[in-house]
Design a protein. Structure first.
Length: 123
């Protein structure tokens, strides 16, 4: 049980919140795929497919991105805060589920997102 002090319309309230489970955002693992050659001449010697596993960081609920706490190429650890998402007037921390390197950021500060929208990709 966690205790918080919340101010609403100038009045302070003390509230207790029971934790229902994991506080991290669900992640999805995908395998990187090799890009297909664009011309027949490129078919000569295809390289090996990449075996890198990516983490897809998705919005757990609709809201607005208040802050982007990472940059491209940044190394992150499990639990590092990647984004602050405002939903229903509450600030939610979107965290890394595992360690990795930020290889793509698909949202910026102030962007509106829906549940399941991809926010970033980690490698």
């Amino acid at each position: 049980m966690k205790r918080y002090i919340v101010t609403v319309n100038g009045k302070r309230f003390e509230v207790e919140v029971e934790e229902a489970g994991e506080s991290t955002v669900p992640i999805e693992r995908v395998q990187a795929v090799q890009e297909m050659p664009k011309t027949p001449a490129e078919h000569a010697a295809p390289g090996p497919a990449s075996s890198a596993v990516h983490q897809i960081i998705k919005a757990p609920m609709p809201g607005r991105i208040l802050d982007v706490r990472v940059s491209l190429g940044q190394e992150v650890k499990k639990g590092d805060v990647l984004f602050i998402l405002e939903a229903m007037k509450m600030e939610n921390e979107i965290m890394a589920g595992e360690e990795g390197t930020v290889i793509n950021i698909l949202v910026s500060r102030g962007a509106s997102v829906n549940t399941g929208d991809v926010l970033a990709v980690l490698e």
